[in-house]
Design a protein. Structure first.
Length: 161
């Protein structure tokens, strides 16, 4: 799962974040400072954000889940389940892979046979992608998708996907 590596409080109750997958972003927190987090509406307290155990924390046992700030920082839907959090990670990973390959969505569409509109949906997290679509996406970037199953310290490559 995604972990926060670094955090810095910004004006207007935003957080600049670096994540364990190498991405970064800014999470606007102002509208989320309710309930138990309402105490963070204090500028001085909000500015004391730190990272502990991969989560953003503040003095007084206040913390926020890394999956939530990851979604905010990447403009993705707030995950309510583990599967949704994993889908957000996949969404960001695919978009980053395309940018690293130096391809536009149109170029990827032409190379993969996936409609550009569907690529946009994949990269915005609005569609749950099938493994076969992810394979075509990666191959369209010139890569090869490998699926590995982990069982404790044992790893097994799953072929035929």
């Amino acid at each position: 799962m995604i972990k926060v590596k670094n955090v810095a409080a910004l004006p207007d109750f935003a957080l600049a974040l670096d994540f364990s997958d190498g991405t970064s972003g800014v999470a606007p927190m102002k509208e989320h400072l309710t309930g138990m987090l309402a105490a963070l509406k204090d500028d001085a307290l909000f500015a004391r954000a730190f990272v502990e155990g991969g989560a953003v924390c503040w003095p007084g046992d206040l913390d926020i889940a890394s999956e939530f700030v990851y979604a905010l920082a990447h403009h993705l839907p707030r995950p309510r389940t583990l599967d949704q959090a994993k889908n957000n990670e996949l969404t960001v990973s695919l978009g980053e892979a395309r940018r690293l390959a130096g391809k536009t969505q149109v170029q990827l569409s032409e190379a993969s046979g996936i409609r550009q509109g569907d690529i946009s949906k994949i990269e915005s997290g609005t569609v749950d992608s099938r493994l076969s679509t992810i394979r075509r996406y990666v191959e369209g970037l010139g890569g090869e998708l490998e699926v590995v199953a982990r069982f404790g310290d044992k790893r097994m490559r799953i072929g035929g996907v």
